[in-house]
Design a protein around this ligand. Structure first.
Ligand code: ARG
Length: 455
């Protein structure tokens, strides 16, 4: 492509370190879309003829078909997708191909392609997140009043409902969607037309290519346009946060499916066996989703460090921007899909959830609250009295709701049998009717709100 200035081919090592066609061929659809928009604009501006433009479009369409059908002859000596496509176009349509690169550089071309690729993924993430939210909503709808233990420090804390727990994740994934949406809005500007770095003397129409590629506006500074990769960093940052949410839910699935918890079961579809231990059913999918956050945060770190300290405008370092993003986004795509599958697949075990919800004195706070509300006791005193009741229950090997009234009164004489009203896990959950609380009535309100929101 730059034969004029050079008399020999690059050395083998130069080629080995320079080549990126193995991975940047993923940008082919975006590259061809961008080139078609550029060619149409050049023709409309009379920079190239209509005839050349038609030949370019036809040739590019054929090339896309070749790429999609796996017959495109990729050549590593042509470095990247841009040069491979242009060279193939020349083979197909001859000299007109050489006019496509008028008023353009690979620098604005790759920046445009990469933006389009990231933007497509942001749209895909939104769709996958909606799908995952719908799965969570389905479980929440079915289990708005399925009692389970709520934890702090992974120690039994207070009873909650399974639906409430599902809806907590639904809210996190809503914020992930809004982070991706923010990112999409900020990144949706066109670098095309910035050319190598300084703009171009041709009378190009950047608004036309902006519109054709569905960007909101052309980027206002040509140096920035070819140098900026913060759109990819921001998308990776949002992806990293989303992946931590997936990882937390995965961890819960791993814990919940254990023989010690038995809170939920997963079907054969989302579990694997062991080659030696016949009894095993392992939650591999959950573990793999839990792990994806590692490579996604790794990608954010990689690209941050590639970009750090780079002078304006383009440097070849920036060719190293794509692999981490491709890898991270494909990992998140799979993680989101697998998680939606697992959430749909899981069956809560109501009996063991209820059993665990009633264990470990989980309604002790309700007992203390009863002392406050019925006996007008200061909360700190009620906390102390309840602590003594728990100690006695522990000694007797009983749950709070199974204790004799006389024993309760031995700790606090004013306790009446009205106390039993608040000591069951169900009563505890039912009482938490504050906005956003775990009471099934509140959870159902949130479920209805989200049903409308998700359509
Ligand atoms: N393969 C290059 C990349 O992915 C394309 C841009 C090349 N630009 C240049 N000035 N050498 O970054």
């Amino acid at each position: 492509m730059w034969g004029g200035r050079f008399s020999a081919q690059p050395g083998a090592l130069m080629q080995a370190i320079n080549v990126c066609i193995d991975y940047d061929q993923k940008l082919a659809p975006q590259d061809i879309r961008g080139s078609k928009a550029h060619a149409s604009m050049l023709a409309a501006q009379k920079i190239i003829t209509e005839e050349d433009c038609l030949a370019i479009h036809k040739g590019l369409d054929e090339i896309l078909e070749e790429i999609e059908s796996g017959t495109f002859p990729f050549k590593p000596e042509l470095e990247d997708i841009h040069l491979n496509v242009e060279n193939r176009l020349k083979e197909k349509i001859g000299d007109a191909a050489g006019r496509l690169h008028t008023g353009r550089s690979r620098n604005d071309q790759v920046a445009t392609d990469f933006r389009l690729w990231v933007r497509d993924y942001l749209d895909l993430f939104d769709a996958l997140l909606i799908n995952l939210q719908s799965a969570l909503l389905g479980q929440a709808d079915q289990h708005a009043d399925t009692i389970m233990p709520g934890f702090t420090h992974l120690q039994s804390a207070q009873p909650v409902t399974f639906g409430h727990h599902m809806m907590a994740y639904l809210e996190m994934f809503a914020r992930d969607r809004s982070r991706f949406a923010d990112c999409r809005q900020r990144m949706n500007e066109s670098p095309l037309g910035a050319a190598a770095l300084a703009g171009t003397p041709y009378p190009i129409d950047r608004d036309a290519t902006t519109k054709a590629l569905e960007f909101d506006r052309p980027m206002a500074n040509s140096l920035d346009a070819v140098s900026a990769r913060d759109f990819a960093l921001e998308a990776l940052a949002a992806a990293s946060i989303c992946a931590t949410h997936l990882s937390r839910l995965s961890e819960e699935i791993v814990i919940w499916t254990s023989a010690q918890f038995q809170f939920i079961s997963l079907s054969d579809e989302f579990t694997t066996g062991s080659s030696i231990m016949p009894q095993k059913r392992n939650p591999d999918a959950a573990e793999l989703v839990r792990a994806k956050v590692g490579r996604i945060v790794g990608a954010l770190t990689s690209l941050t460090i590639v970009m750090k300290g780079l002078p304006l405008a383009y440097s070849k370092d920036m060719q190293e921007d794509k692999e981490p993003v491709f890898d991270a986004f494909e990992a998140l795509e799979l993680g989101l899909a697998a998680m939606a599958g697992m959430v749909n697949d899981m069956t809560p075990n109501k009996e063991s959830l209820a059993g665990a919800a009633g264990a470990a004195f989980s309604t002790a706070t309700d007992l203390a609250d009863w002392l406050v509300m019925s006996l007008n006791m200061p909360f700190r005193d009620a906390h102390h009295v309840t602590g003594r009741v728990v100690a006695l229950a522990e000694k007797q090997g009983k749950t709070l709701d199974k204790m004799d009234l006389a024993d309760l009164q031995s700790v606090e004489p004013h306790i009446t049998d009205d106390i039993y009203r608040v000591l069951s896990p169900l009563a505890s959950a039912n009482s938490r009717t504050s906005y956003g609380g775990t009471a099934p009535s509140e959870v159902k309100k949130q479920v209805e709100r989200w049903k409308k929101a998700l359509g």
